[in-house]
Every structure is written in C-alpha cells, then in structure tokens.
Write a protein that binds this ligand. Structure first.
Ligand code: MN
Ligand code: MN
Length: 462
C-alpha cells in the first residue's frame, strides 16, 4: 500500500496554514511544560473563545442550548471542552481525547540536603525515562508550592534567558570505566537523580550553610519555608524553548510532544467548529497517562462520565438510562503520539506497519504488547468510517503499530473509554526519541492531525 509523503501535496496556502499552526503550537508547548500549565493555558484560550465554566452553569441551574460552549477544569490538571450540538446527547458525542502529562523528574516532599558544599534537591522520576538522558543538561523547575493558609505560589525557574538553570551531574568520561561497562538502565540510578540547587555558603550560617543559602533564596524570592515543600508539586523539565529542527525547518524539537501535540491539535479542532455543530464535540485532556491513568485526574477517574451526567441534566431530563446511552453512543479518537520509524534503529520496527514522519496523522488499530495484551482493538466497521472521513477531507493519514511484534509496546487511554461501549481508536502524531528530554515531530504530521481531528468532530456521527 502506498503511503505518500504529505509535503508533496502542499501548495503555497497550505504551507502558510502549516507554518501558522506550527508557530501557535510552539507557543502552546513553551507555555505549558506541566499538566497544570497546559490546563491554565487551555482554560484561558477557551474563555477567550466563549466557553463558560460548567460548575457556574450548574450553580445557576442554567439550561444549556445547542451552541453553548462549556469547559470543565479537573483540579487544574485535566480539562475538558464541550461544544454542544443540535443532536441530543443520547445520540453520543464526538470526543478527541489526549493527555497532557509528560515524563519528567519530580522533586520529593522532603527534598533538600547538603553534601560537600552542594545543596541538592532529591527527586523521584515520573513516567518511563532513560535516566542517563536526564543528566548533564539544563533543567528548569516548574510547579506550585501551597502554603498552610492555602496560598498557591507558582514557580518557574530557568526559562528566561537571564534565569539560572539547575541540573544533575554525570561522571567525567576519564573516570567512567566502570560506569561505561554497566547496562544502560544501571548507568544512573533513580535515587541518584538529584538536582544541584546551590554551590555557595550563606554568610554567617554555621550548620549546612549551602542548604541555608538555598532556603534563604526560597524565602526571599517566594516567601516559602522548607516545610512548605511537603505541599508542593515541583517538576524538573528540560529548560528552553521548542525549536525548528532541520535546516529546512520541517520538524520541531521540543519537550513534551507526548502528548501535548495531540492535545493542541484537538484544541485547534474544537475551536473551528461551526456555531452549532451537528453533534456535541469534546476536547479532552487527561493527566497521569504516563503512570497508568490513575488518580483523580487520570482517565480512570469518573470526571468525563460525571460531566456527561451534568450536561444531560442541563440539556434534557436526566436519567441513568439516558446517561448509559449517551456514553455508549459516543465516537472517540484516543489521541496519543506513535513511535516514528527511525532508520537508525530500523531493527525495532516493521517498516510497512510503522508510522513514518511526514506521512500524516496515524491510526493505531491496536496498541498493547505481547499478543495485543492490554490493547483496545478498534472495530473494522469504525475504521472503515474513519477512512471515508479522512479521504473526504483530504487528510494525509497512515496506519501504524508500535514497533515490531514482541519488541515492546505501550498503552493509551483508549481501553478506558471503550469500557462504556463507545467506538474508540488510537490516533496520533509520529515522534522520534519519544520520552527523551527533547522529542522530534514533523510539522506536516501536526498539520494533518489538526485537519483530521477537525474532520472527525464534524463528521464522526453514524
Ligand atoms: Mn502518550
Ligand atoms: Mn508517553
């Protein structure tokens, strides 16, 4: 089967649209380096586009008419946008779901210690990382510190050009004979991913003067005490902005394409819906996918179902049966990045079923590992409908699976939403160096994803 390179079909106006989307995406990614920052940014964009807070509508007991746009902010870490259509909710809605958490290094709750004139922050990594990739590089600190009185202190250190950065040291090659002989998974241990925070003593401090220096800076700049770290969520992420990649600027190098590229594409799509869509559309950005979709903001929590129940109550007469019908009749794209075919690691892929960078948005009938274990295996009938929608809307798309059979695998949020009996398939943008501090995507695949998700929201109903 032929899979054309998307770039070959672009005329001047598509190239202009592609470049505009890429520029907007770069900003979205740079402003949202944590799940919290992504939610803040998405809510701001939603409000500017006429979305209202669902909890306000509930308080006012406001009946919601077709065309109404509402958002749900789940603890500041997951977010959903609903644009109500003319069809009743019981006929199902068109959902594009993604996740906005990315692999990173989290600061522990009792993090600070001093060792030989360095002050360190102890950490616990989050998600699947090759730990050796996270040392000897500039890291920025993003997150919140919540004080006992409820004050939330937002922290971003290391993103402005004149900000200091922090980081984790590695052993010099000259003395690394033993280290270089180790398995890659043992080169850096998780407990040794400790961040250097300060390197000079505080004047007059007798006990642990370098740690005292760190605490005095935190007190002075943020008015926080060491104990306040107990109720903090600070994430160390690669410092710096998303960059054009390649001399032809065809790609983007950045932190957190997995899975903010799909989140961004779904946000772009829902913002272009007609005033009253035929069917209700939903852009869903979940948290905790990288650690199994657990917790109150992970997809396994009930916020989507609860929001559907509230929307039913505000648009119709609520009943449990109507809710079950609404959920079962949904159409969903579970959008997450896919493993891009890497010629330098060709042995890990089966090329004709691998996602090729620049060949458009991909659809994964199944994910999982070792005999499709843990996968949502999308229905052939549903895929046939999607083929037609993609072709009718001139989307460049491809099918893909994650690597060679039995080489590895991975999961997404698809199987969770499939529990309701709705149609779900995985879809996404191919990525090189997935889960590395800096990942690579092709701008054409981002552009085709926006087109695909827009077409899906418009046309996915049976
Ligand atoms: Mn992902
Ligand atoms: Mn991932």
């Amino acid at each position: 089967m032929e899979r054309p390179n998307a770039w070959k079909k672009y005329d001047a106006s598509s190239l202009e649209a592609l470049n505009n989307i890429s520029c907007e995406y770069k900003k979205f990614l740079d402003n949202g380096k944590t799940e919290r920052e992504c939610v803040t940014e998405t809510v701001e964009i939603a409000k500017a586009n006429g979305y209202i807070d669902l909890s306000d509508a509930i308080k006012e007991g406001k009946k919601l008419a077709p065309g109404t746009k509402v958002y749900v902010n789940c603890m500041g870490k997951a977010v959903m946008l609903f644009h109500l259509g003319s069809a009743p909710l019981t006929e199902g809605i068109n959902i594009v779901g993604s996740h906005i958490d990315s692999p990173r290094i989290d600061v522990k709750q009792n993090p600070f210690y001093e060792n030989e004139d360095f002050a360190y922050a102890d950490t616990h990594y989050y998600g699947g990382i090759k730990k050796y990739q996270w040392v000897a590089r500039a890291l920025a600190l993003h997150g919140v510190v919540v004080k006992k009185d409820g004050t939330v202190v937002n922290v971003v250190i290391g993103e402005n050009d004149d900000d200091p950065v922090v980081g984790i040291s590695d052993l010099l090659i000259h003395l690394a004979g033993d280290q270089m002989g180790k398995k890659a998974s043992d080169v850096i241990s998780g407990e040794d991913l400790d961040i250097i925070m300060c390197g000079s003593p505080l004047e007059g401090a007798e006990k642990e003067p370098v740690k005292a220096m760190l605490l005095s800076i935190l007190k002075e700049k943020y008015d926080i005490e060491e104990d306040d770290m107990i109720s903090a969520e600070i994430e160390a992420v690669p410092a710096g902005k998303t960059r054009d990649f390649g001399l032809d600027r065809s790609m983007l190098l950045g932190y957190g394409h997995d899975d903010r590229v799909c989140a961004f594409a779904s946000l772009k799509a829902i913002l272009t819906m007609p005033e009253v869509p035929a069917y209700t559309c939903c852009c869903l950005m979940s948290d905790k996918e990288e650690v199994g979709s657990v917790g109150a903001t992970g997809m396994r929590a009930l916020y989507f179902e609860n929001a559907m129940a509230e929307l039913l109550a505000l648009t119709d007469d609520y009943s449990e049966l109507k809710l079950r019908r609404a959920l079962a009749n949904c159409r969903m794209l579970s959008c997450d990045v896919s493993a891009g075919y890497d010629p330098l690691f060709a042995g890990a892929f089966e090329k004709k079923n691998a996602a090729l960078l620049g060949h458009g948005v991909c659809y994964n009938k199944f994910t999982g590992s070792r005999g499709k274990s843990g996968s949502n295996d999308a229905n052939a009938e549903y895929i046939a409908r999607l083929r037609k929608i993609m072709e009718d809307n001139s989307v460049t798309w491809q099918t893909a699976e994650l690597g060679k059979v039995d080489v590895g695998g991975g999961g997404t949020i698809a199987y969770i939403c499939a529990l309701y009996g709705m149609e779900v398939i995985d879809s996404g943008v191919p990525v090189l160096s997935m889960h590395a501090p800096m990942e690579i995507i092709n701008k054409a695949d981002l552009y085709e994803a926006v087109k695909a998700y827009t077409a899906f929201m418009n046309d996915a109903a049976k």
